[in-house]
Design a protein around this ligand. Structure first.
Ligand code: CA
Length: 570
């Protein structure tokens, strides 16, 4: 091509772009975002020899083993042959014990050319099997798709006591530094195993794994091409304080009994007596009565979450008991608490601690109760006391804890703990994703609308702020998908099985934007595990489109309501 002609052409395009944007704004034109090239397949060339052949100054490999096809299964599907590599990074003596960033990588014989960083849940502390689980009740783990996958303990072992919260470096590794340290090592190990590094890299997980993912959108924006965040607790310390506040509200309606928390072994008040399963089912039915048809299908799913918040009122739409509680009504006190918990936790002076929670029929799900009534008295106090709060200290009694003081502790620092819980757990400036955007990387977030620990409303707030920071529209590089009825990461009356990772790869590598993602109900016979909370009136294999916010999966007016094909995102 004639150089002058080329230069002139580019100049005209640039000028047209400036005119269309009104000048000045340099990054709002979707056509200007770069298109990343597709990954190409590779074959494993080394496994056992990696043990001695791979060297990294901060890494010790402990095993490199060929794993035959079918040794592992995911959802009944045999995982193909791969190499399992285990090791440790930055082994050290900490302030109260020995620490290391333990990891495993699973490297498929037949590699798709991609790397997947598996963000794990909870307080980390163990190396979950690196199958690359993603998305609700999935069948399509990254390892099954041919990704090379890493999983880690995020820098400590034994999360149940949260003793690692007393070690300043272990806090930072858990928050963000383990991912920073593991990423270049993992890419180098992939290069040693396949003869070349990954063509494309992805980061994903749910819950704390979703938090890791949104942290990576800012701190590792140059290292990953696609980010898949499920139920991202991107304000995790605030959410945890809000849960303890919520437990204190429910304790006012508690009647009697204790239970042992299965995760921590703590003996806690049986707060399910404050709102029984029958009463949650009642609330769910009343929400459906007001909101189900707003999406034009009376199908047991409230797809129009935003409209439902305007239509439904606990005060007006749930019967108030005139006598004893019998599951057909709520007391005035219960209604006040339910409304307050959905409006959102506040300090004694009225400062919002966290976000609101939307009303959705998934309140009937067992996961909702576990997070509100059990984890809020055990896991959340442990995390707030020792990991997120400065200085760390075990919380004596969450039901009488000083919420204002704990809210202050998650933003506090001292000379030993120099970054606050909010600093090390959350993305610095979560609305500024310009680095990944300008590279052509993409972000997909999914979130159960009835998630009882991390609020769907908080993901909506994140997305609105992101859009505002991008001229009002972030949809050319980031999208949020609510999953109506779904509880925390999976479960509840919902279509909670979906392959968002494949959709993300198509967006990143082929430029096919995910205008909807089909989700399936896990009814009888589902290979990924049956969801016992599906209403009996649903088809066992109901499908629905998951729609990018603010679009709503709307019935088109004809055809089976069990089939996603008869719904569109509007
Ligand atoms: Ca509906």
């Amino acid at each position: 091509m004639h150089p002058l002609k080329s230069a002139t052409g580019l100049g005209l395009i640039a000028l047209a772009g400036l005119t269309a944007c009104g000048g000045g704004d340099d990054d709002d034109d979707a056509q200007k975002l770069p298109q990343l090239s597709a990954a190409s397949a590779g074959t494993l060339s080394a496994c056992a020899t990696l043990l001695t052949g791979f060297t990294d100054a901060n890494t010790t490999l402990t095993a490199a083993t060929d794993v035959a096809a079918g040794t592992l299964t995911v959802g009944g599907t045999a995982v193909p042959a791969h190499c399992q590599v285990t090791g440790n990074m930055y082994s050290r003596t900490g302030s109260n014990g020995n620490y290391a960033i333990g990891f495993e990588m699973r490297l498929p014989q037949a590699w798709n050319g991609r790397f997947f960083y598996q963000g794990n849940g909870g307080l980390d502390g163990s190396v979950s099997t690196a199958t690359g689980a993603t998305g609700g009740g999935p069948l399509t783990h990254a390892l099954l798709q041919g990704f090379a996958v890493i999983s880690s303990n995020a820098g400590h072992t034994g999360a149940q006591t949260a003793i690692f919260g007393f070690d300043p470096q272990a806090r930072l590794d858990y928050g963000y530094q383990a991912a920073q340290k593991l990423t270049p090592m993992a890419k180098a190990l992939i290069a040693a195993a396949y003869g070349r590094g990954p063509d494309r890299s992805y980061f994903g997980g749910c819950s704390n794994g979703g938090r890791h993912t949104l942290v990576a959108t800012t701190r590792l924006a140059n290292e990953y091409d696609g980010f898949l965040a499920g139920a991202p607790g991107y304000n995790l310390p605030k959410a945890a304080v809000a849960q303890i506040w919520g437990a204190q509200q429910w304790a006012q309606a508690y009647t009697a009994g204790t239970v042992v928390d299965p995760r921590t072994g703590a003996t806690i008040a049986d707060l399910t007596t404050a709102l029984t399963a029958a009463e949650r089912s009642l609330v769910s039915q009343r929400i459906l009565a007001k909101c189900d048809a707003l999406d034009l299908a009376a199908d047991g799913i409230v797809a129009d979450t935003a409209a439902c918040q305007k239509a439904f009122s606990v005060a007006d739409d749930v019967p108030t008991c005139s006598g004893e509680r019998d599951g057909s009504c709520l007391t005035a006190q219960q209604k006040t608490i339910l409304a307050a918990v959905h409006t959102g936790a506040k300090t004694t002076t009225g400062t919002a601690i966290y976000n609101s929670f939307p009303y959705d029929p998934g309140i009937a799900g067992s996961g909702w109760a576990t997070w509100k009534f059990s984890n809020s008295q055990a896991l959340d106090p442990l995390a707030v006391g020792t990991v997120f709060g400065t200085p760390p200290a075990y919380m004596a009694d969450p039901l009488t804890a000083d919420i204002d003081a704990h809210f202050a502790r998650i933003t506090a620092t001292d000379t030993t703990y120099t970054e606050s819980g909010m600093d090390f757990m959350t993305p610095p400036n979560p609305s500024n994703l310009s680095t990944l955007k300008k590279r052509g990387a993409k972000v997909m977030v999914y979130h159960g609308v009835s998630d009882a620990i991390f609020s769907y409303d908080d993901s909506v707030t994140w997305y609105k702020n992101l859009a505002a920071a991008n001229g009002g529209d972030a949809s050319n590089f980031a999208r949020l998908y609510g999953v109506p009825g779904m509880n925390h990461c999976a479960g509840g009356p919902a279509t909670d099985q979906f392959d968002m990772l494949s959709a993300l790869v198509k967006w990143v590598e082929q430029g096919q934007a995910p205008d909807s993602v089909v989700a399936t109900a896990r009814g009888t016979g589902n290979a990924g595990g049956v969801n016992a909370e599906l209403p009996s009136s649903w088809s066992t294999s109901r499908t629905r489109p998951l729609c990018p916010y603010p679009k709503v999966a709307t019935y088109q007016g004809s055809g089976s309501i069990e089939d996603a094909a008869n719904f569109s995102c509007r």
